[in-house]
Design a protein around this ligand. Structure first.
Ligand SMILES: [Mn+2]
Length: 361
């Protein structure tokens, strides 16, 4: 397992030197966050991120926020004209040494939270989701009064976009994903790249939008679209685990064994009976997920792919991009590495014990 850390590029308040001071880190994951949707990512901009990381001994094999244009998700005729740009970007990523491309297929919004600074009793704060609040909101005017979302588009554009999705069923969304993968997976295969789809976050319907990657059957269906390592998954424990019906280790047991999990996002969530949740600190005792079981499932699958601590709380007075502070993600990495080492050592010991007392001595 290669531990990586999201870096937002030169504008990130967390510099690479600090990131490099986290023990055991393999590298970073980044993106061209400011490139307009559907435009080609230039090679020199990708390699400049890669080179910046390399100056600190950090590798950049993975990109995230490979954003899919709404016209593709909506299945509009313009999607044909967009595909050459996506293919060009894949070529540029491969030419820059990238191996894994994380993307999602969520309509309009990448992720939805109702609070960015949900206060925890210890004085830290974190991202949270209140289901009934989201379900109560009237977004028909294109105004979404939630922090962090709804500002990506002007109200009129957002209203029009939400209107367009009214005619798109979940089955049509599947068709549109199939079309997209049909165009890109063969190209990725040729280039030696692996696409890695991230589930819808949270894995439920929001604002009446058609969301399709929510449970284990959905993940199975994604993999069945094209049976190729290039058509893979980013498994996000905190996303799929925020629906308690989803058993995260089962996802890993099934999909990592098939070599289709290329990247994992490891974080814990505290989930309440009514579906509300907040992003807790990483240890098992802080949330609803058994992180040791999740790591054990990855270890059992001989997982050699990439992992990031995903998000963290804001602690020790840190401010910055919500979910992406330095301190709590660094603590998360240390905890995850501790579990990983412990699981590995236990297994070695068990093997030696089977071989008899002489081997143990
Ligand atoms: Mn994630």
């Amino acid at each position: 397992m290669k531990m990586i850390f999201r870096w937002h590029g030169p504008k990130d308040p967390i510099n690479l030197q600090y990131i490099n001071q986290i023990p055991g880190l393999y590298g970073i994951v980044s993106s061209l966050y400011d490139t307009p949707l559907g435009e080609v990512w230039p090679v020199d901009r990708i390699t400049s991120l890669r080179d910046a990381a390399a100056a600190y001994g950090l590798k950049m094999d993975v990109v995230d926020s490979f954003r899919v244009h709404e016209d593709i998700k909506l299945g509009k005729p313009n999607r044909e004209a967009l595909i050459p740009q996506y293919i060009e970007t894949l070529k540029n990523l491969a030419a820059s040494g990238i191996k894994i491309v994380c993307y999602n297929f969520m309509p309009v919004f990448d992720w939805t939270r109702t609070q960015m600074e949900y206060q925890l009793p210890d004085g830290s704060n974190t991202l949270s989701f209140e289901a009934s609040l989201v379900d109560r909101l009237d977004v028909s005017k294109g105004v979404i009064p939630l922090p962090g979302i709804g500002t990506k588009y002007p109200a009129e554009k957002l209203q029009a976009l939400l209107e367009e999705y009214k005619d798109v069923s979940t089955e049509q969304m599947w068709k549109n994903l199939e079309w997209f993968l049909g165009k890109l997976v063969p190209v990725a295969e040729q280039l030696g790249l692996k696409l890695a789809l991230h589930a819808d976050d949270p894995p439920r319907s929001v604002f009446g939008l058609p969301r399709i990657i929510k449970n284990i059957e959905d993940h199975r269906r994604v993999l069945s679209i094209i049976d190729s390592p290039a058509n893979g998954l980013t498994l996000c424990s905190g996303t799929i685990g925020s629906d308690l019906n989803n058993d995260v280790p089962s996802f890993i047991n099934e999909f990592a064994a098939r070599q289709r999990v290329h990247y994992v996002h490891l974080r814990n969530v505290k989930v309440f009976d009514n579906g509300d949740f907040y992003e807790s600190a990483h240890p098992t005792q802080c949330g609803s997920l058994d992180m040791a079981e999740i790591l054990k499932a990855l270890h059992d699958a001989n997982f050699t792919g990439y992992a990031r601590p995903d998000h963290g709380r804001m602690i020790w007075g840190e401010t910055g991009v919500p979910g992406y502070g330095l301190y709590d993600r660094a603590l998360g990495i240390m905890y995850l590495q501790g579990l990983w080492e412990g699981i590995g050592k236990e297994k070695t010991k068990a093997v030696l014990q089977k071989q008899g007392p002489a081997a143990v001595a």
